[in-house]
Write a protein that binds this ligand. Structure first.
Ligand code: DAH
Length: 345
C-alpha cells in the first residue's frame, strides 16, 4: 500500500503548505474532491472482485480518514493563526499614558460678566436677564427716543421679522424690570408705603450694525438702574467709582463724568477712566454712558417722577475686558482662537 501512503503524505504536505483557508480548500479538492485522487481510486474499484473490493476499500478508507484528520488539524491551525494575528493587531497596551482631553475655560468676557455681577451684587444690586429680540417699545419708546432718532434707522439697528429688532443696548431692561417691580409693590404703595428701591443690573448681548477693531455687530453691555426717593447723581459717582476700583483692582484710577446726551437721561454723562500707572496710563478711556433717569422714563415705569428719581448707566463689558487684560483688538474675543482664549484659564 505504498501508493496510498504516498498519497496521504503528499496530502499532508499540500495541507502544510496551504497558508490560508482558501489555499487549504483548494488542496483538499485535489484529494477528496470529485476528481480528487482518493475519489479516483474509489472509482477504480468497480472492476475488482468482491474480496478485493473489501480489502482495497478498507485501505482506501483508512487513507481517506488520515487525510481528513490532517485537513481538520490544518484548518484548526490556520484558524488559530488568524485569531492570533487579529489579537496581536488589536492589542491594548494598558501601560500607555491616556490621551488628554484639553479642559476648556470661561471666555474672558464671561469672566468679566461674572466679576461685574459679583461686584454689583455685593452693593445690593439684583441681576436681571431679558430677551435679545426686543420690540420697539422697550428698546426705544419707553426710553424716550423720538420717532426720528437715527438709532431707529436700518443702518444702525438689525430689524427682524414681525417688526422686532435685536436690542441695540441693555437699556430695555430698565422698563422691563421696573414695571415688574412696581407691579409687585403696587398694593403696598397705594396703602401709603414707599416703594423699596429698584437696584438692578442687566448684563447681556447687544447688537448694532457696526464692525471694526473696536466695534463688533454683537457685543456685551451691562445696564445698571437705581431708583428711589433720594438717589442722586452723587450716588452714581460713588457707586461707579467703587465699581471701577474693585473691577480693576486699583485705586490708582481717575474717573471723569463728561457731559453728554441720551434721550433717557437728563443730565447725561459719558464715564471716562484714566489709569495713573501701567501701559494705559495718562489716557482717558470711555467705559460707560450714564445719567439721571429722565422723568418721562420714570413715568413709563409707572412711577411719579416728582417722587421717584435715580440714575442709570450702561457699561461696555467687552471694553472693560479689553482694558483689564490689555487686549487691543475686540475681534480677538470673537475669533474663537484657542491660543488666545487659553491665556485666560
Ligand atoms: N444705552 C446706552 C448705549 O447703548 C448706554 C447708556 C447711556 C445706558 C446712559 C444708560 C444710560 O443706562 O443712562 O450707548
Amino acid at each position: 500500500m505504498t501508493e496510498l501512503n504516498a498519497i496521504v503524505e503528499s496530502a499532508k504536505a499540500a495541507f502544510g503548505q496551504a497558508a490560508t483557508p482558501a489555499d487549504l480548500e483548494n488542496a483538499k479538492a485535489q484529494f477528496l474532491g470529485k476528481t480528487g485522487r482518493i475519489t479516483e481510486l474509489m472509482k477504480g474499484m468497480a472492476a475488482l472482485s468482491v474480496d478485493e473490493k473489501k480489502s482495497r476499500g478498507a485501505a482506501i478508507n483508512l487513507s481517506k480518514q488520515s487525510i481528513e484528520a490532517a485537513l481538520t488539524e490544518r484548518r484548526a491551525a490556520l484558524a488559530q493563526a488568524e485569531l492570533d494575528l487579529q489579537l496581536k493587531a488589536e492589542a491594548l497596551d494598558v501601560t500607555l499614558p491616556g490621551r488628554k482631553r484639553g479642559t476648556g475655560s470661561l471666555h474672558p468676557v464671561s469672566l468679566s460678566m461674572e466679576r461685574i455681577e459679583q461686584i454689583f451684587g455685593s452693593m445690593g444690586f439684583d441681576v436681571a436677564d431679558g430677551p435679545e429680540i426686543e420690540n420697539d417699545w422697550y428698546n426705544f419708546g419707553a426710553l424716550n427716543f423720538p420717532e426720528d432718532h437715527p438709532a431707529r434707522a436700518m443702518h444702525d439697528t438689525f430689524y427682524v421679522e414681525g417688526g422686532k429688532l435685536l436690542r441695540t443696548h441693555t437699556s430695555p431692561m430698565q422698563n422691563r424690570y421696573a414695571v415688574q417691580h412696581v407691579k409687585k409693590h403696587k398694593a403696598a404703595m397705594s396703602a401709603g408705603e414707599t416703594m423699596p428701591e429698584i437696584r438692578v443690573i442687566a448684563p447681556g448681548r447687544t447688537y448694532r450694525v457696526d464692525s471694526d477693531a473696536t466695534h463688533s455687530p454683537m457685543f456685551h453691555q451691562v445696564e445698571g438702574l437705581w431708583i428711589g426717593q433720594n438717589v442722586s447723581f452723587k450716588d452714581l459717582k460713588v457707586v461707579f467709582t467703587d465699581f471701577c476700583h474693585t473691577f480693576f483692582e486699583t485705586k490708582d484710577l481717575e474717573l471723569r463724568f463728561r457731559p453728554s446726551y441720551f434721550p433717557f437721561t437728563e443730565p447725561s454723562a459719558e464715564i471716562d477712566i484714566q489709569f495713573q500707572a501701567g501701559p494705559l496710563a495718562g489716557r482717558w478711556l470711555e467705559v460707560a454712558g450714564s445719567g439721571q433717569v429722565h422723568p418721562r422714563v420714570v413715568e413709563n415705569f409707572g412711577l411719579d417722577p416728582e417722587q421717584y428719581i435715580g440714575f442709570a448707566f450702561g457699561v461696555g463689558a467687552d471694553r472693560l475686558t479689553m482694558l483689564r487684560y490689555g487686549v487691543n483688538d475686540l475681534r480677538l474675543f470673537f475669533d474663537g482662537d484657542v491660543r488666545f482664549l487659553s491665556q485666560f484659564q
